[in-house]
Design a protein around this ligand. Structure first.
Ligand SMILES: [Zn+2]
Ligand SMILES: [Zn+2]
Length: 359
């Protein structure tokens, strides 16, 4: 009888270990490569019970460590935002993967083999690099920041705040990954898109301190705490999803400072527990700031202008006066690369109009 109980417990522990692996990107090419996109498991559904188990575990560890208690209303607000996202997925279906499959079927130039470990690694790097650029764009382009600020609207930094997601970002992000469709099979894209998102759950916590050498390569709770801070030194940095190497490569990396506690949330706080208001507040203020006939309308697509989005909102606010300034080494990084691309595009457009008129 005792043997049967031990065997059952061992099987259960093994099953749990297998199911929880996607949350930490601890999958192998041999167990997570699929030929067709329809064969890819719904990993988000698989790990949902572990979301809640880890949220309760975090509450317990914070209590054990004597840390401030997790605020119940803030957690409910975050979970509500997660439900909004779920509802959008039900209504919109898998619009992003459908677009990817369509582009792949028409424009694929060279198909990488779906069952190769090398392809699996290319998919990991490609999706993660795409996430870095999308996330950076979400902070540097007013229109997308208006959506992304939902994720930053919690004044707490807990596992439940990871679920606080804007409903509209998929409409922006799905285009960023399309270059991968020229060579990467949709099944690999879909698998790694899920792993990339799920990995980012566990890094939303204060109970894990620095992780030694892993801090050099991986996005960790320490790095992501900085990303969620509103201290000036925390503004617009550490955009990574899984690998922090992208921030180190593109000059947006900022380590956590021991001497200054990170203060979380938006500089102009939401001041509301209404999850619907969190989704629309900045969209409304952006649209009313730049109506269609306003000559500054194009500012919606850049980080310029006087609309209080992203870093300008934070840098000028009096809440920040007691904090340290942005480190000198990173000050120059804030000239948005997206501004330059957009302004170049505008120049080209004006040039073509002029040529048409003169011709
Ligand atoms: Zn962000
Ligand atoms: Zn986050």
């Amino acid at each position: 009888m005792e043997n049967v109980t031990t065997l059952t417990a061992a099987r259960l522990a093994g099953k749990m270990m297998r199911e929880v692996r996607p949350l930490f990107y601890l999958e192998l090419p041999s167990t997570s490569s699929f030929q067709h996109v329809t064969e890819v498991p719904d990993y988000s559904k698989q790990v949902t019970p572990y979301f809640f188990a880890m949220i309760f575990l975090e509450v317990f560890i914070r209590w054990m460590k004597g840390m401030p208690r997790v605020r119940f209303n803030s957690s409910i607000d975050s979970l509500s935002a997660g439900l909004f996202l779920l509802l959008t997925k039900v209504l919109m279906g898998s619009i992003d993967i459908s677009l990817y499959v369509w582009v792949h079927s028409r424009f694929c130039m060279y198909e990488l083999p779906w069952d190769s470990a090398l392809t699996w690694i290319v998919a990991l790097l490609g999706v993660d690099c795409g996430y870095y650029w999308f996330h950076r764009m979400a902070h540097e382009v007013n229109l997308i920041w208006a959506a992304h600020q939902v994720h930053h609207s919690s004044d707490d930094f807990t596992l439940s705040s990871a679920l606080r997601q804007p409903i509209s970002t998929v409409f922006f992000s799905m285009f960023v990954y399309l270059p991968l469709a020229l060579f990467l099979p949709p099944s690999l894209y879909f698998t790694h898109k899920q792993f990339n998102l799920l990995y980012q759950f566990w890094i939303h916590t204060e109970v894990v301190d620095r992780l030694g050498v892993l801090e050099w390569v991986l996005n960790t709770p320490s790095h992501h705490r900085v990303h969620h801070g509103r201290n000036p030194y925390c503004i617009d940095c550490n955009y990574a999803g899984v690998l922090i190497i992208w921030d180190r490569m593109f000059g947006t990396f900022q380590p956590e400072l021991r001497e200054e506690k990170v203060v979380y949330g938006l500089v102009h706080p939401l001041s509301s527990w209404n999850p619907f208001w969190a989704q629309v507040r900045n969209q409304g203020s952006l649209q009313s700031s730049f109506p269609l006939r306003d000559p500054r309308y194009t500012t919606m697509y850049t980080s310029r202008g006087d609309w209080c989005g992203g870093r300008k909102e934070m840098a000028s606010h009096s809440n920040c006066s007691s904090f340290s300034k942005v480190p000198a080494g990173r000050q120059g990084n804030h000239a948005s690369v997206f501004d330059k691309i957009f302004l170049r595009f505008l120049q080209m457009k004006n040039h073509m109009i002029q040529r048409c008129r003169s011709g």
